[in-house]
Design a protein. Structure first.
Length: 419
């Protein structure tokens, strides 16, 4: 430890903060990464039972950072996505929407998967392994940023243990409950969805063949995401089962047999016999979208800027695009010999990310409102809507390219290049 000033201090070592520190350190920015929790505790089995659908373009960034080499063996490709509406009985409507990854490939191009399902514990472990080996990153955990002073020349962060860090830029990657946003006077749209996602692993008789399924049930979406087979050769899927918060609480309290019966009814029998394995996790759902992403020498990244509904599996992918854009604007400024924390540099980041994030915030919110109910005329309308999109190849291609993250002005890291 020495008291040399940092280029960047990242507060929060979740999936976003860790990736930002790795990408910034990788281009030579002197970076501090701070978290309240011991970093090893975040890779322990049982800390985070979720999987993440890593979009095609996020995978390119992982590859550019050398991270993918640590993940590829544990990642399952998403080849197709099938979306259907279902009633209280869990039976899917005959009208559905099916996306095939081959549709997004240009003429003569080899089709690549729409994305990959990666267990969060593997992602966290790979990030920590790479961070520990990065000479430009100092890991400071467990500790907490309790006060931040920012002026036209620099920022200072006081940590709980009494140390003070000086830096050009502070990035809040504190997640949706972080305090720096409010501390900087940045307002946000926030609301609870009054829904909870139950997360668990299912074991089934037949292979999933790389197909991710999303069934829209009246309480919320029920996602069946293809996982790697277990070491014992069992076919597995990761489940994100969203219900009204009060019902989720009751479901989680059921004994194993009754829980299995409720689960099995919703899952259906299309993959043969199915049961759940391992612990059940739960995540209350809400939305946070900051009115601004920047303040003097401060940037908001990932869920600290935009925490969205997991309905489309895109929350982290937005964060990955934030990180790619932020690292690019910072390193461009540094190479020109400019102050990387100057307002115009940070504004370039905010302008770059606002529209993409806003579109996804609005789309996920709308989808959840439209589908998480059993109102008959609405159900008919959305079933016809799904089937109509399914009949138009150009529309299907548009949605597949969106899910892959291939739309808009992509930062260099997202194109798989070093910034
Ligand atoms: C059920 C579910 C399924 C999901 N599935 C997908 C998916 O398939 N694909 C996808 O793209 N996204 C998905 N997401 C979204 C994704 O998980 C989140 O976007 C992502 O995990 C947010 O990470 P983060 O690092 O921004 O925040 P967090 O994970 O909340 O991390 C914040 C960190 O900051 C630390 N911290 C906070 N304040 C301070 C402080 N003052 N000082 C020090 N440390 C501090 C905390 O200890 C914590 O470690 C899903 C979300 C849910 C709930």
């Amino acid at each position: 430890m020495n008291n040399r000033p940092f280029d960047l201090a990242v507060v929060g070592a979740g999936l976003n903060g860790s990736l930002l520190a790795l990408a910034a350190g990788g281009v030579g920015l002197r970076t501090a990464l701070i978290d309240k929790a011991p970093l090893q505790s975040m890779v322990a089995a049982g800390f985070d039972g979720r999987t993440t659908a890593i979009a095609n373009t996020s995978q390119r960034l992982f590859e550019a950072l050398g991270l993918w080499a640590d993940l590829a063996a544990d990642a399952e490709p998403i080849l197709d996505i099938r979306i259907s509406d279902a009633g209280h009985d869990g039976k899917a409507s005959p009208l559905f929407l099916h996306f095939d990854h081959r549709e997004a490939a240009a003429e003569g191009e080899t089709a690549s998967p729409m994305g990959w399902i990666v267990e969060n514990r593997f992602l966290r472990a790979a990030l920590l392994r790479r961070l520990s080996a990065c000479e430009h990153v100092e890991l400071i955990a467990p500790d907490e940023a309790i006060e931040t002073k920012r002026d036209t020349h620099r920022a200072e962060i006081t940590l709980k243990n009494g140390r003070t860090l000086t830096t050009r830029v502070v990035a809040s990657a504190e997640g949706r409950f972080g305090s720096m946003r409010e501390g900087a006077g940045i307002g946000a749209r926030t609301w609870s969805y009054n829904q909870t996602s139950i997360v668990l692993v299912a074991r089934h008789e037949k292979p999933h063949r790389g197909v991710a399924q999303e069934k829209f049930l009246p309480g919320g979406p029920f996602a069946i995401l293809p996982m790697r087979d277990s070491d014992a050769g069992e076919h597995r899927s990761s489940i994100v089962w969203t219900e009204r918060a009060d019902l989720a609480k009751r479901l989680l309290a059921l004994d194993a047999e009754r829980f299995q019966a409720e689960f099995g009814r919703r899952f259906g029998d299309f993959l043969g016999a199915v049961d759940t394995v391992g612990p059940r996790f739960s995540h209350p759902l809400g939305l946070v979208h900051a009115d601004r992403y920047i303040d003097q020498r401060l940037v908001l990244v990932g869920d600290a800027a935009h925490g969205i509904h997991p309905i489309a599996g895109q929350g982290y992918n937005l964060g990955v695009r934030d990180i790619a854009a932020l690292v690019e604007v910072l390193i461009d400024a540094k190479r020109l010999g400019l102050d990387i924390g100057a307002a115009d540099t940070l504004e370039r980041y905010a302008r770059w990310r606002r529209a993409d994030n806003f579109t996804m915030v609005a789309a996920t919110d709308l989808l959840n409102r439209l589908f998480s109910n059993d109102i008959k005329p609405l159900r008919l309308l959305r079933d016809v809507g799904l089937a109509s999109v399914n009949r138009v190849p150009s529309l299907r291609r548009f949605f597949v390219r969106h899910a892959m993250g291939r739309m808009g002005d992509l930062p260099r890291l997202i194109r798989g290049e070093r910034p």
